[in-house]
Ligand binder design. Structure first.
Ligand code: SF4
Length: 253
């Protein structure tokens, strides 16, 4: 275990970052578990990459922390997969929720916030809950890949997360989609059945649709907006909503 001031954590990242670029996902996970112990957790929305990461982690240690932001708007198939994860890997998923229930959000911000201000909705239901969870940790692990979006293209395997002020480990950052699916087949990893129905990227029901052949795999997310990220993996400088506007009081309009 290492000393855990912000400066010491940043120094640790600086020291391991060059070598980490050639690590395998297993090496990155082992380093994370050995270095941070209970103060590191995998974050997952149970996409196929996340399922591979959970499977890889389970082969290294039977006990690791896994948290998930439950927006209250997930697909029934995603909730079913969470139960499968629980059964197959014996992990208690740490679920994190927005401070506002869907009904409270509607009362504060008006109906269907996702349809006119998805950045604000994602902030309330994903980014703020993630900030709260991450305050418990020194490091978090994500299953992002560089070729998923332009924002992810410069991600390192081990990096300092300027948004959450914490160490971030991206074990599968250089994997391709083909490598991910090959691993799923080779290891019989459970996955969200929506992937077989043309949903390559799965988020909330309100903001995810199936994609057509030839479309970008993430084009089914926030399809009517220029948005490609919920904000969890954006650095502060890339954040579209740096400051939340005050809530619109629905009764006032
Ligand atoms: S993905 Fe859509 S519904 Fe889910 S939190 Fe973001 S804007 Fe809201």
């Amino acid at each position: 275990m290492i000393a855990t001031t912000k400066q010491s954590l940043m120094k640790e990242v600086e020291q391991v970052q060059p070598a980490a670029e050639s690590w395998t996902p297993q090496q990155a996970l082992s380093w994370a578990f050995d270095t941070f112990g209970k103060d590191v957790a995998i974050a997952s929305a149970f996409g196929v990459e996340g399922m591979v990461l959970i499977d890889l982690a389970s082969k290294l240690t039977p006990k690791f922390r896994l948290f998930s932001i439950d927006t209250d708007f997930l697909f029934p198939e995603t909730y079913a997969l969470m139960e499968k994860v629980d059964q197959r890997y014996g992990i208690q998923i740490e679920k994190v929720y927005s401070k506002l229930s869907p009904a409270e959000q509607e009362k504060e911000y008006g109906p269907a916030l996702w349809s006119h201000n998805p950045d604000q909705c994602c902030y309330l239901r994903k980014v703020e809950p993630q900030k709260r969870k991450i305050a418990e940790l020194n490091a978090w692990v994500a299953a992002i890949r560089r070729d998923q979006t332009s924002n992810r293209a410069s991600a390192k395997r081990v990096e300092w997360d300027t948004k959450f002020d914490i160490v971030k480990i991206n074990p599968m950052v250089d994997w391709t989609s083909n490598q991910v699916w090959q691993y799923v087949r080779d290891h019989d990893v459970p996955y969200n059945v929506l992937h077989d129905r043309n949903y390559p990227s799965i988020g909330c029901t309100h903001c995810t649709r199936a994609v057509q052949p030839g479309e970008d795999p993430r084009s089914g997310r926030w399809a009517n907006f220029g948005k490609t990220e919920c904000g969890l993996h954006l650095k502060d400088a890339q954040e579209p909503l740096v400051q939340l506007p005050p809530p619109i009081k629905y009764g006032d309009i």
